[in-house]
Design a binder for this molecule. Structure first.
Ligand SMILES: [Zn+2]
Length: 341
């Protein structure tokens, strides 16, 4: 341990229950952050400054102007440069702490990618905004015995829970099924305060630190917070012996094997098309082709074209986000017309 190391982490090593041993454990830890928007920004910032050894970040999206109100890692220049969130996050995090290895993955979280993503991770932490990804993470967690920290935030409220397989409930003991589309409010329809994001993101990061440094101190209930009423409540939830995941060991989200997926991105007036795994696109060739049909913007991470009143953004793995429609069939048609199969 160097003098610089002692100096950088001095204030947290002073904290009771943390100490030099806690700092050593943190430096050896390998964490996976799923999603790097609002919550992910806060979680990643805390973990990297605290000195977690290795942080792998997956996010499928690129930056837009309305992200800056609550996605604390990013700047106006990142939006202007149309950077993928994972890439911009890695730049800012490395600038904050060059001792931490930050590994950005620009990609969709699906049953294929999550397995590779979680390889070599000690635990996962939730920075997503949707339940289908969380149910997939839960399937992976229970099937592999990998702990994870769940968190969600909406308006001025939020919740978080920490799951350790074999020790208490899993997410499906709490929420047996994914809420149907449109049945729950989203931050696109009812909004979200950056302060609520900050509190829940900090709680999640704190749980990650505890799982690494002092696991017995972890949160064992479903903690809900409301910043308007300032009510914080923790509800005990028992393990459900009949839970599909941790009881009956069924993992339908992990075992889903669609060849191609198309989803409407809730509240964003956009559709995402993910081609079958293993595909790739040569961005320079695509750019040259698309320049014949519309206005093209490009950087090393994506190519974007305005065409037929929509904006199509294509990533090197062949994935595309089509903005200007929430109709999956329209998205599919535009994808095959301009990107190809
Ligand atoms: Zn369960």
């Amino acid at each position: 341990m160097t003098e610089a190391w002692d100096s950088r982490y001095h204030r947290q090593m002073l904290v009771e229950g943390f100490g030099r041993e806690g700092q050593r454990r943190l430096a050896a830890a390998r964490v996976g952050l799923v999603g790097c928007g609002a919550l992910g920004s806060v979680i990643a910032g805390h973990l990297v400054r605290a000195g977690v050894g290795h942080l792998r970040i997956i996010d499928r999206d690129f930056l837009e102007f309305n992200n800056l109100q609550r996605q604390m890692l990013y700047t106006e220049a990142d939006v202007t440069d149309r950077l993928p969130k994972a890439v911009a996050a890695a730049r800012h995090l490395r600038a904050a702490n060059s001792e931490v290895t930050v590994e950005p993955v620009v990609g969709n979280v699906d049953p294929f990618s999550i397995v590779a993503f979680a390889e070599g991770r000690d635990l996962l932490v939730d920075g997503t905004d949707n339940f289908s990804t969380r149910f997939l993470v839960n399937d992976l967690s229970v099937s592999r015995g990998l702990p994870w920290v769940y968190g969600g935030v909406i308006m001025s409220s939020g919740m978080t829970m920490t799951f350790v397989p074999g020790e208490g409930p899993c997410l499906r003991c709490v929420f047996p099924e994914i809420p149907p589309p449109g049945s729950t409010p989203t931050c696109d329809t009812v909004g979200v305060l950056n302060t609520a994001v900050g509190v829940v993101g900090s709680l999640e990061a704190n749980e990650v630190l505890k799982l690494i440094v002092e696991p017995e101190a972890r949160n064992r209930g479903l903690l809900t917070i409301d910043l308007r009423s300032l009510v914080f409540e923790s509800v005990d939830i028992a393990r459900d012996p009949d839970c599909p995941a941790c009881g009956r060991r069924l993992f339908p989200f992990l075992e889903a094997r669609e060849e191609e997926t198309a989803v409407s991105l809730c509240g964003r007036d956009a559709v995402q098309i993910v081609p079958r795994p293993g595909g790739s696109v040569h961005l320079d060739q695509l750019r040259a082709r698309l320049e014949a049909v519309g206005e093209v913007r490009a950087n090393p991470y994506l190519v974007e074209v305005d065409v037929e009143g929509k904006t199509i953004t294509v990533f090197p793995d062949g994935r595309a986000i089509i903005k200007g429609t929430d109709d999956i069939s329209v998205g599919r048609v535009l994808y095959s017309r301009y990107v190809g199969q």
